[in-house]
Design a protein around this ligand. Structure first.
Ligand SMILES: CC(C)(COP(=O)(O)OP(=O)(O)OC[C@H]1O[C@@H](n2cnc3c(N)ncnc32)[C@H](O)[C@@H]1OP(=O)(O)O)[C@@H](O)C(=O)NCCC(=O)NCCS
Length: 169
């Protein structure tokens, strides 16, 4: 990881940088994210500030610039609150293969260990780079969702992955 890189929990004043990074991620990798880019384009900066507050967003900063992001979300039902959902994992092209993605996941799992009993995610079945990253951090495939994502008339399957966290006594 670049010496000047650091992982931080994002706050409301990162809304503009996060919006830009998300726009880039959804544009360059449409099958890697289930979010609808047209709907996201309608979100205002204020919406992004609320989004940042409604989940735990983490970012990888290099020289103060946001180069990577990921979020841990949770369903509101108290029956589901023991599971965190890892989403929106993205590292800018120039910083791939540098260890920034590892650092981001490590930080997220640190946070998850304090709040959840397990972490789930879904990843496009052909995204071997992302799957390799998640496996390296202990996630295991637990099932698949055929034809989960539809982009421009083409279907993509997804794999669900789970990491069980040690239960706090
Ligand atoms: C998925 C994603 C976040 C993974 O990040 P990444 O930096 O590409 O992946 P890794 O950290 O696993 O690194 C990949 C390569 O760098 C190597 N690497 C990792 N850490 C390294 C380090 N500290 N120094 C040198 N090389 C390193 C890995 O060994 C791997 O090499 P390989 O491809 O030859 O096997 C990134 O590729 C990405 O943003 N992709 C587009 C969006 C996406 O698919 N998101 C996932 C949605 S579920």
């Amino acid at each position: 990881m670049a010496a000047s890189a650091m992982i931080i929990r994002l706050a409301q004043d990162h809304a503009a940088a996060l919006q830009t990074l998300r726009r880039e991620a959804l544009t360059l990798h449409p099958s890697a994210f289930s979010a609808d880019p047209d709907l996201e384009e309608k979100l205002t900066l204020d919406d992004w500030r609320k989004r940042i507050e409604s989940a735990a967003w983490f970012g990888g900063l290099v020289d103060g610039e946001l180069m990577a992001m990921a979020a841990l979300t949770v369903e509101p039902s108290k029956k589901l609150r023991h599971t965190g959902h890892l989403a929106s994992m993205y590292v800018r092209q120039n910083y791939r293969g540098t260890g920034l993605a590892d650092k981001l996941i490590e930080r997220i799992l640190e946070h998850a260990a304090d709040h959840f009993e397990q972490v789930m995610l879904t990843v496009e079945a052909g995204n071997s780079r992302a799957i390799g990253l998640y496996e390296r951090h202990g996630f295991r495939p637990i099932g698949g969702i055929p034809r989960s994502i539809l982009v421009d008339g083409k279907y993509f399957d997804e794999v669900m992955m789970l990491l069980a966290l040690p239960r706090k006594s």
